[in-house]
Design a protein. Structure first.
Length: 221
């Protein structure tokens, strides 16, 4: 008998430890370009799409390094990231295979709604051997306004053919939790670089340390 719920995952910071991987590239760029402490700017970019990230970086560094610096910094960051982590080398978060196998065994409909562009999402999931677990993928290039706008989750639920109120959204970022809640879903926060505050605890159905803990939560439903 199939479960009475569905699950849509964010990808970066939930399936892959990509945020820390990306931050390591930012540290290298910080030294190369004399950016100082890059972490506060990086954290503002978590859970945003490419356009929003571009604006954040440009606003942070244009006064110091000139207009258009975001294009150069983000291109260099992307180059470093792909050199280091392409080909299945991207670190995987704890409990990913466990939860995917669990949901598959239970007959749960499973999707991905990521702010990353769809082609890269599919490439990274394929390289890691995970793509076969997912019934659909929606990327950030499918929406005009990224999370916390609920549009990406509204699209994801529609493509998965599920009711948002019967669907969990597993997220690590504040914007992701806000988007899922606004879409009428059941948000689960699995914190990554930034831990939960009171708002996140209020908006989330549960906060779990990792995906193995999410499995234990599902087992009690």
């Amino acid at each position: 008998m199939a479960c009475s719920y569905n699950v849509i995952f964010d990808m970066d910071g939930v399936i892959f430890d990509s945020e820390r991987a990306c931050l390591s590239c930012w540290y290298e760029l910080g030294e190369r370009f004399g950016l100082g402490d890059v972490e506060p700017v990086f954290k503002r970019c978590i859970g945003t799409n490419n356009a929003q990230t571009h604006d954040i970086v440009e606003n942070a560094y244009a006064d110091k390094l000139g207009a258009g610096i975001a294009d150069k910094l983000l291109a260099e960051s992307s180059k470093l990231f792909h050199e280091k982590f392409d080909g299945g080398r991207l670190p995987v978060k704890n409990g990913v295979k466990e939860i995917l196998e669990y949901l598959k065994d239970k007959g749960v409909k499973v999707g991905v709604a990521s702010s990353t562009r769809k082609a890269l999402v599919i490439s990274e999931l394929t390289d890691a051997g995970f793509i076969g677990y997912f019934d659909m993928v929606v990327g950030g290039d499918a929406v005009k306004i990224s999370k916390p706008n609920p549009e990406i989750y509204t699209i994801a639920c529609r493509e998965l053919g599920v009711n948002p109120s019967e669907t969990f959204a597993i997220e690590d970022s504040y914007n992701g939790i806000r988007a899922a809640e606004a879409a009428g879903m059941r948000p689960i926060m699995v914190p990554d670089i930034i831990g939960p505050d009171d708002e996140m605890r209020d908006l989330s159905e549960v906060v779990c340390d990792d995906l193995s803990a999410v499995v234990r939560y599902f087992e009690k439903l």
